[in-house]
Every structure is written in structure tokens, then in C-alpha cells.
Design a protein around this ligand. Structure first.
Ligand code: PRT
Ligand code: MG
Length: 211
């Protein structure tokens, strides 16, 4: 009997990019998460199921062993405070950049710059490394509004095409990090279920290196 494996993924762009990769491993979900209310999806492989959860929850599920494997954005992993996860493969999917941005025609900043972001740890570390004092304001979405409404001078957010920034009169100021999604693996499962997990990792590495 092969070990039972649960793979945690988030709905949306990571799921959409991960499905073709999983298909190359002959792992095909039975249900479409956009059409079912189920959060646990069976697959064509009797021993493999997918857990469809919030992107920011993937590291928690995997670190604590509720899922053996997970797929998470590097942004989420950089922001996550746990440190007990294996991160063996850059899957090269859901790529974007973490950027500092501000208003196109910004007035000079007189006081300590204010930055809105949902990535408070990444932002804190970025400015600490540069020795720059900033005030960080946590938001959970629509960060682009911060500078527009005078809540902040800058934002730290993900940028793909740049259309969202542009539509709100913002421009990129600094590049903070390149982002893509990574496979994460629970450390105990890596040992206990090695016979099942190792072939998945080997095949995924092969697929990713070919693409
Ligand atoms: O939706 P939910 O709150 O549950 O979680 P989420 O918003 O984190 O999930 P989702 O599906 O939107 O994103 C999951 C992951 O996709 C992120 O953690 C990143 O690793 C990755 N990813 C890749 C992106 C983008 N590209 C991206 N462009 N995540 C978000 N964006 C957003 C960005 O925040 C901004 O609002 O898209 C907008 C910018 O896009 P452009 O093309 O206009 O520049
Ligand atoms: Mg979203």
C-alpha cells in the first residue's frame, strides 16, 4: 500500500498553474474547486488528495503535518514565521515580483515614510537591511489605495503585468524580490513516507528542469 499523501494548494492562480504540473505526475483531481464546495478533493490516485485552502495557510498545514506536501508562493514563505519546512523545488509557476511602489507624481516625503502592505515582515526586513526608518501599516487588500488616499507614501505588493499599479496612478520604485511558487514538504513525512514522496520530488524536479 502506498502512503496516503495530502497536497495543500490555494485556489486561484497557483492552483491553475499547478494543475498541469500535477497532471504530468498523473495526479488529476476528480472535482473542480471552482464548481464544488468540497475543500478536500479526491484525485485519480487513490492515495493522493488535494486540500484547497487560503494561500497564507499552506505553510501552517504542511509544517504541522496536516498535509505532507504543499505549493506556496515565495512571498507567503518569506512572510511566514515558521522555520520547519523543507522547500526543495522552485516550481517556476505563478511568477511575479515583490516591489516597492508609490504615486507617479508624488510630493517630497518630509517625515518618516509610511508604507502599506500585507507583507509586514518582508517590508520590515527590507528597510531594516537598508537602515531606513519607515512606518509600516498593515492592510489585507487593495494596498494600491494607500498612496492614492493619503494613507501612506508607498506600498509593498506583488506586481505581474503592472496594470494594477498603472490603473491607480502608481509606479514601481524598487525591486524587492523575484517570486515564484515552491514545493514545500513536511519534515517528518519526508522521512516516514519517503518511499512515496521521493519519487514525486524526483519527477517534479525533472519536469521543472525540462520546462
Ligand atoms: O485571494 P486570497 O486572499 O485567498 O489569497 P491571495 O490573494 O494571496 O491568493 P492569490 O490566488 O491571489 O495569489 C496567490 C499567490 O499567487 C501569491 O501568494 C503569489 O505567490 C502569486 N502571484 C503571482 C500573485 C500575483 N502573481 C499577482 N499579480 N498574487 C497576487 N497578485 C496580485 C497583486 O497582489 C496585485 O493586486 O495581482 C495584482 C497585480 O497584478 P498586475 O498583473 O496588475 O501587476
Ligand atoms: Mg487574491
Amino acid at each position: 500500500m502506498p502512503d496516503k499523501i495530502t497536497i495543500a494548494v490555494s485556489k486561484g492562480r497557483i492552483y491553475d498553474d499547478a494543475i498541469p504540473l500535477l497532471a504530468k505526475l498523473d495526479i488529476i483531481p476528480v472535482d473542480d474547486p471552482n464548481k464544488t464546495r468540497k475543500l478536500v478533493l479526491e484525485t485519480n490516485q487513490p492515495n493522493v488528495q488535494l486540500l484547497v485552502i487560503r494561500a497564507t495557510d499552506v505553510p501552517t498545514y504542511v509544517e504541522r503535518g496536516a498535509a505532507e506536501l504543499g505549493i506556496a508562493g515565495k512571498d507567503v514563505l518569506m512572510e511566514y514565521s515558521g522555520d520547519d519546512l523543507y522547500e526543495p523545488i522552485d516550481l517556476g509557476i505563478a511568477k511575479c515580483r515583490m516591489m516597492l511602489a508609490g504615486l507617479k507624481n508624488a510630493k517630497p516625503i518630509i517625515n518618516r515614510p509610511r508604507v502599506v502592505t500585507k507583507y509586514t515582515n518582508i517590508t520590515k526586513n527590507y528597510f531594516a537591511e537598508r537602515g531606513q526608518q519607515v512606518e509600516i501599516i498593515k492592510l489585507y487588500g487593495s494596498m494600491e489605495l494607500g498612496p492614492v488616499l493619503g494613507l501612506s507614501d508607498w506600498i509593498v505588493d506583488l506586481v505581474d503585468t503592472g496594470n494594477t499599479l498603472k490603473a491607480n496612478g502608481l509606479v514601481t520604485l524598487e525591486h524587492i524580490a523575484d517570486i515564484s511558487s515552491r514545493l514545500v514538504v513536511n519534515k517528518a513525512a519526508m522521512k516516514m513516507k519517503n518511499a512515496t514522496i521521493k519519487p514525486i520530488l524526483d519527477k517534479l524536479s525533472e519536469i521543472v528542469s525540462e520546462s
